[in-house]
Write a protein that binds this ligand. Structure first.
Ligand code: NAD
Ligand code: AKB
Length: 317
């Protein structure tokens, strides 16, 4: 078992639950402290220590880090794209202050490693849409994307200026069955499975031809851990790595689900999230991640759909 003490902030969210459980397997239950504003998630209960924490409270966070001799911090608390557009100033405030609190404490306390996710949302309408490169025009138009891009610059700055070993991935839309998504534009790709099983029909808030980069949660958890476990010298990108797996449209995922549930139907009623999706890439070029630390996805549309339906059916039973 590895000797480290890890703090996961935002542990009750879509990624946090699964990442915390994966880290507990690797580092030992007692060595991974889950924390969140919300009540402890059902799947985390009994699996290890849980602390109620508002990451905006820097003093409290600092005390927690010192008291538990924390050596690694995973910061997952954030306001996502769709929710962010409803209250842009709040989204900016939370997304930036949470990161700066963590980076600054990491610098002060000599934390070994920090993980903070960015997103495909850093790209904007003028970025290339297909196989969007690591380095290209980055002019995000959502407050979420703007905060992620600024966050990337801060990560690189803290690494270059203070030597903080902070690592980051630009996740695509993440698809999972264990924990619910938290207010994103890509959430349709999770809702569609629940509605297909429960109602046999789904009204999608994006139009049928909206292609977006997506990833199945097991791949995202593995990518995160592989990045964090890589030798320092292999990490050449200190802002955030492009990360890719699959790209599909609502029409394509509906057709894939129909192979398993023939009576399933879909219709479309695009709302304000369509404009957000229109500004994002359709697929990602993740060559840097592949070359630097060996990234390779395992799930594409067909395999992910079969696995989602199998697991959701078991959960509903
Ligand atoms: P989520 O909304 O599901 O979870 C975030 C968690 O943070 C929630 O449990 C929430 O209660 C907690 N939180 C919010 N404010 C807090 C505060 N002040 N103090 C402590 N906890 C607080 O989000 P997620 O989908 O798990 O995303 C985690 C990270 O990954 C975010 O930075 C997000 O931008 C990024 N990301 C997610 C996706 C995706 O598809 N899920 C894609 C790209 C990037
Ligand atoms: C969102 O839709 O906001 C997230 C993301 C791609 O960052 N899923």
């Amino acid at each position: 078992m590895k000797k480290d003490k890890i703090l996961v902030i935002g542990a009750c969210g879509q990624i946090g639950v699964e990442l915390t459980l994966a880290l507990r397997k690797m580092y030992g239950d007692a060595n991974v402290i889950a924390s969140d504003l919300r009540e402890e998630h059902e799947l985390l209960k009994g699996s290890g220590p849980y602390v109620s924490l508002d990451v905006m409270n820097k003093e409290m966070l600092h005390v927690l880090v010192i008291r538990h001799n924390i050596t690694q911090i995973y910061l997952l608390a954030a306001i996502l794209s769709a929710t962010g557009e409803k209250n842009p100033l709040l989204a900016w405030h939370i997304n930036m202050a949470s990161l700066l609190n963590v980076l600054d404490i990491a610098k002060e306390e000599g934390i070994d490693k920090v993980y903070w996710p960015s997103s495909i949302a850093v790209f904007g309408p003028d970025s290339p849409k297909e196989s969007t490169p690591q380095h290209t025009i980055i002019e995000p138009t959502t407050i979420y994307g703007i905060s992620k891009f600024a966050g990337e610059r801060w990560c690189e700055y803290y690494h270059n200026r203070y030597g903080v070993d902070v690592r980051s991935l630009r996740y695509p839309g993440l698809i999972s069955y264990k924990s619910a998504p938290g207010g994103g534009t890509t959430d349709y790709a999770i809702e569609i499975f629940h509605e297909a099983l429960e109602e046999k029909k789904y009204t999608c808030f994006l139009s049928e031809g909206t292609y977006l980069p997506m990833m199945y949660m097991p791949d995202a958890i593995r990518a995160t851990i592989e990045l964090m476990e890589s030798d320092k010298g292999k990490i050449k990108v200190r802002s955030s790595y492009n990360l890719g797996a699959m790209s599909f449209s609502p029409k394509e995922i509906a057709a894939e689900i129909k192979k398993h549930i023939p009576e399933f139907t879909i219709d479309y009623a695009p709302d304000y999230r369509q404009a957000i999706a229109n500004g994002w890439p359709q697929s990602m070029d993740d060559e840097n991640a592949r070359n630097d630390w060996g990234w390779k996805p395992e799930y594409y549309l067909e395999k992910m759909t079969a696995d989602m339906l199998k697991n959701l059916k078991e959960t509903v039973k």
